[in-house]
Ligand binder design. Sequence first.
Ligand SMILES: [Zn+2]
Length: 163
Amino acid sequence: MDAAQKIHLLSRELIPVINDLDENAVKVVLEHIHHCTECQHLYLNVMEMEENYPQAPIANEVDIKPLKKLVQFNRGLKLLLIAIRAVILLYIIYSGIQFYDWGTSAQAAISYIQSVTFLFYFPASLFLTIFTLVFFNKKWIWLSIIFDLTIILFIDRIITFFI
Ligand SMILES: [Zn+2]
């Protein structure tokens, strides 16, 4: 394949996106178009298309912006839902460690953590799950339900396992 053929091949790829090319690249493509009828046709077709649908690229940009915002919002909300759970759990465990002497009354501390989890974490998790139902897909709904149930039902075992 000689140089002219290579330029022809590249021009055919680049003509549809000629408006996005660098100034020098545009020069090379236009130079080639001057003496290549095949690329001339393609170029004219592309220009015609753009004249007929000049709004298309702008419309796309407008559509993408709210989508991006929605993705950011979803990500922020996910982090928030995780952070709220973490803060509640840390507080419950921290207060259990503060109020009880683990050497002598570990069992009482665990019962305390268990009942506080039921009193506070359980209603909070119901509330957070409603958010998850509204904003997220099934995977996240199941993940949060399984996580919350594990915490509520097995917090005592989890604590015993780690401490
Ligand atoms: Zn050509």
